[in-house]
Every structure is written in structure tokens, then in C-alpha cells.
Ligand binder design. Sequence first.
Ligand SMILES: *Cc1c(COP(=O)(O)O)cnc(C)c1O
Length: 315
Amino acid sequence: MDLSFAQVIAARPVVARHLAPTPLSSHPALDAAVGASVLVKHENEQPVGAFKVRGGLTLLAAMSEQDRARGTVSYSTGNHARSLAYASKVHGAPCTVVMPAAAAPAKAAAVAELGAEVVLHGPDLEAAQHHAEALAGRSGARLVSPGDTPELLAGVGTLYLEIFEAEPDLDAVLVPVGSGTGASAATVVARELAPSCAVIAVQSEASPAAHDSWRSGTLQRRPNRTRVDGLATGRGFALPQRIMAAGLADFLLVPDEAITAAQRLLSTTTGTIAEGAGAAALAGLLSAPARFRGKRVAVVCTGGNATEAERAELH
Ligand SMILES: *Cc1c(COP(=O)(O)O)cnc(C)c1O
């Protein structure tokens, strides 16, 4: 089995050592706007501002002392990097993150502030990945794939324990997808705790690799043009795709403009500042109003790291 419910349960005390459960809140103005009973899971309130920190902490805790001393190398433009840097700092482990040379300086700075070494390299994330592989090969550090790492899935799965233990009778939970760690873990937890809840993934139609991989049943490469960081992947990842193949009820694509509109609606009805990826689940909900009318659904606000420009547009 690629990810068991028991592995998620085992990750809970590891995560709880460092993180409090996040709120699962209803907001009457949002319910009225959507025409459904909507619970928002506020992962934007995590340290580093995103759910991925659950996975980073779980991974670092699972490594042997020798492996931790050699540290990790990864590649990312955003929250995966912050998560690993944060967890590495907590555990006193070295951490190197390779970012594309054109990565936003604010993002590189946020990772460097957590004590990680940031290496700017190449035109895109694929080039960054190859460089990270080379660095790991030389230093003996552990190369961490943002999608194909079981410990990351087990850790982020703890967020779905919190949702389904509080609300076992949900009709649906909507989860934004980049590589699919969150959505795949959601299916494993839902199967045990909320078998009648449909787990529905949402991705940007400008970067549909995970969606197209799921629909076709084979790993696909696709253009990666979304401006929504966190959903920006150009390929399907094998591990989450194997899990999602059996577990997902549906996979929705939404345009970037709809994600921006959902960000604005979250801000005006709940006061929540979400980054684009953090509002994508709500965008999925809004894309099919008849389907969700009168239903009880959860949307995961996966992150709150909106850029200055995004924040300026939210009012
Ligand atoms: C990484 C990320 C996602 C997508 O998660 P995956 O596990 O890669 O599918 C969604 N939202 C935010 C804020 C993220 O950082």
C-alpha cells in the first residue's frame, strides 16, 4: 500500500509536537454567497502559512540522526521550500533548496530567513530539479521530491484527520492540487472516517498535468502556465496519482481568473487572506453551483502566502 491510514495516524503526534490544530470554520456570509454550507479549513494560519509544513515536520522526524545530519536538498518555488526549511530549522538539520533563477526575490528571502541555503539555478523548476539531484549526489543529502515522498503524504494527511473527526458527515471536501500530496492523503483518511464524503480535486486549467494524469490513468506532462504558485506543476507525480486513481470522486479544472475571484470572495466574506492556491478549492465549488447547492462541504484553504500584488487586488 502506498499510504496507509495507520501512517497518517502515526504522523499525528509528530505534527502535534510543533503545530496546533487549525480552525475549521463556517462563515455565514460565505454560505449565503455560495448557497451551500461551507466549512473552511484554515491552513493559512500555519507557521510558514501553508499546510505543507505538516509534511516537512513528519519527514524530518522520520529521518535517522545520521541522515538528518547530512540534511536535505529539494526544489521548489514556494511553500514546499518553506516547509522543509522550517522543519529543518526545528530539527537543526541542513537544508538546501534549488529555485529557478528567476524566482521572486521575496520567496527566496523567506526560505533563506529560515536558515536554509537557497541556490538559484536554471530557467525553470525542471532545471532546478536536475541541479538538486546533482547536489544531492555529491553531498549525500537526501533528495526530497515534493510529490513522491510518502512521509510528506502521511504528514499532510493529519489535516484530514482534523476535518473528518470533527465532521464525519460532509457531502464533499474540495482540495487544491499541484503534485497531489494533499488530495491523495485526503482520500486515504476519508475512506476510513467519512466514506460517504466525496474527495474532489481542483487544479488550474493553465497547468492541468495532475488532472490530465488522473483522467487518463498515465503520468502526463503538460504546459505549466498558471500564475497560481502551489498549483504550478508540469507533470503528474507517480505516488499521489496511484492513490488518487482509486480514491478521488472527481477532478475539476478552473481558470486562473476564477481563482482570483474566489480569493476575493474569501477575503470579503471571511476576512481570510488566501494565496491563489488557498482559494482554488472555493473556486472549484463556485464552478458547479447546482451540484453543491444545499450541501455540506469543506474547502481547504491550503495557504495564505499571497504576494503584495495579490493582496492589493483583494479589496
Ligand atoms: C503545494 C500547495 C498546494 C498543492 O498541494 P499538492 O500537495 O502539491 O497537491 C495547494 N495549495 C498550496 C498553498 C500549496 O502550497
